[in-house]
Ligand binder design. Structure first.
Ligand code: JB2
Length: 217
């Protein structure tokens, strides 16, 4: 192991995609830690235990990490622990994505194959821009939000922290989607969505507000 190797947190489907994104950009994934600490391999990477190993692995030389857990709230919580343990969060940016040179990208971000991020968009820390999602000019994605596969955001859309847009959702220009809101698969958002609101359909309608305990971990 050398200090350039990346430690991945999480060993589910999202971690598989992230491992391949990291490899595609030339990084070596050295180990995984997971809530299920049983020894095994994921795409040839050993699972070496649970999060209690964070500090020991840092002392052994791991300095870079990626939190590959799809749940927005959990990803943010784990990332804070990882940073507090002294790791630097890296990005997993697909070479098959199109990222504008004028876009800003935080840390711990996954940008998957076929995704497009256009001029002066800002992608917050820990965001996921999933396969084929399109984020047009001047959009702002908040911390730990997730634009699902094929989601399409027109220009100037603001997505609050921890919000989730399901597969194929679309959003017209200049809309604001509140923190921790959930937009259902295939929804078409034509009006602002309040924080912690679940909205579905085309045009999207709010069907429920999430209780605080549903959005905090
Ligand atoms: O506190 C934790 C923790 N809690 C759950 N620490 C660590 N290190 N790992 C944790 N996990 C692990 O996250 C679970 O043990 C499990 O291995 C993983 C979550 O895997 P799952 O397959 O449930 O979901 P995912 O996050 O890999 O993928 C979701 O999000 C993606 C973006 C799914 O919805 C996918 O379909 C989606 N593409």
């Amino acid at each position: 192991m050398n200090h350039e190797h990346v430690l991945v947190l999480g060993a589910g489907g999202h971690a598989k995609v992230v491992i391949e994104l990291l490899r595609a950009s030339g990084r070596v994934v050295g180990a995984i830690i997971d809530a299920d600490p049983r020894p095994r391999e994921l795409l040839g990477v050993p699972v070496v235990g649970g999060d209690e190993r964070l500090e020991a692995l840092r002392r052994e030389g791991f300095a870079q990490a990626f939190v590959a857990v799809g749940d927005n709230h959990l990803r943010q919580k784990i990332a804070r622990q990882v940073q507090a343990a002294g790791y630097r969060l890296v990005n997993a940016l697909s070479p098959a994505a199109v990222l504008s040179p004028s876009a800003q990208v935080g840390v711990g971000v996954a940008l998957m194959a076929g995704a497009v991020v256009n001029a002066e968009a800002r992608i917050g820390d820990l965001a996921i821009v999933n396969t084929g999602a399109r984020i047009d000019h001047d959009c702002v994605l908040g911390e730990a939000c997730h634009a699902g596969p094929g989601a399409a955001l027109a220009g100037g859309v603001e997505v609050g922290p921890l919000a989730f847009l399901g597969v194929g959702a679309c959003v017209i220009p200049q809309i604001r989607i509140g923190a921790a809101a959930i937009v259902g698969a295939g929804a078409c958002v034509t009006r602002d969505i309040l924080p912690r609101t679940v909205a579905v359909g085309a045009p999207a309608r709010a069907i429920r507000t999430l209780a605080a305990e549903e959005t905090l971990r």
